[in-house]
Design a protein around this ligand. Structure first.
Ligand SMILES: C[N+](C)(C)CCCC[C@H](N)C(=O)O
Length: 247
């Protein structure tokens, strides 16, 4: 944090955020929409009926995995642009004559990737993202449901405080499992800049572990968990209460 602040001031912390903020609404509505509709197809219960007739954890897991799988295709290009911009550090005062940053902003970044790496370039790392999100979104929804049911009497709606706590821990639990593939995904997304860096997911895993030890698979987990708690607490609270007031 100190280094980022010294080098890039407060703005450095928000690098690459305009795109994720604009895209998060779309990505989350795809995730939660596919999740809820898959549960409807599997259990024939709507969101409202699910308190009285709770779905089995297997159904929750399958619906979460399918939701995770589908949302990857909305998330992948936005996530790639975020990673590319976050990894581009710019000093506060650029010495005169030094080259300008490679990407001038999210739109310029998207256009450059499209031109330099082709349309498929925008989906770089999407396979690692699919591997990261499919099972861990299942874990995300199962953890949330389990924690809600632990603390709520059968058939009753969980209180807002419980929804917040269950959502927060669901975020942490799923990130704990997702972090190894998150590290690999980000490396593959960055590798598009240098030709032939990795041959694929497995190659990236093996060479990262060889060079940096197994600890590499947990890089960023602490800061990600600190972020995941409030983010996912609010996400689930919004989901529950928006559906309750509209459904
Ligand atoms: C499945 N995985 C762990 C990758 C993400 C789960 C939480 C997703 C949420 N939008 C967030 O940004 O925290």
């Amino acid at each position: 944090m100190v280094k980022t602040y010294r080098h890039e001031s407060l703005l450095g912390f928000f690098k690459g955020m305009s795109f994720p903020i604009a895209s998060i609404a779309m990505v989350n509505s795809v995730l939660f929409g596919v999740y809820s509709n898959t549960l409807l197809a599997l259990t024939a219960t709507s969101h409202r009926e699910r308190r009285a007739q709770p779905p089995s954890y297997i159904h929750v897991f399958i619906a979460g995995c399918i939701g995770g799988f589908v949302q990857v295709y909305c998330l992948a290009p936005f996530d790639l642009i975020k990673v590319r911009l976050q990894n581009q550090t710019e000093p506060r005062a650029r010495p005169p004559g030094s080259p300008p940053p490679r990407y001038r902003g999210p739109v310029h970044c998207a256009v450059s990737i499209f031109q330099e790496e082709g349309p498929r370039g925008l989906f770089r790392g999407a396979w690692a993202l699919t591997l990261r999100d499919t099972p861990t979104m299942g874990i995300y929804f199962v953890t949330y449901e389990w924690l809600c049911r632990q603390s709520t009497r059968d058939g009753q709606d969980p209180s807002p405080a419980r929804v917040l706590v269950a959502g927060g821990f669901a975020g942490i639990a799923s990130w704990a499992v997702a972090t190894p593939l998150d590290v690999i995904k980000s490396r593959l997304q960055m590798a598009g800049l240098k030709r032939g860096a990795y041959r694929g997911v497995l190659d990236c895993m093996v060479s990262s572990a060889r060079q940096e030890g197994l600890g590499v698979f947990f890089r960023g987990l602490t800061i990600n968990s600190a972020r995941a708690f409030p983010v996912n607490a609010v996400t689930f609270l919004s989901y529950e209460y928006l559906l309750r007031s509209w459904g």
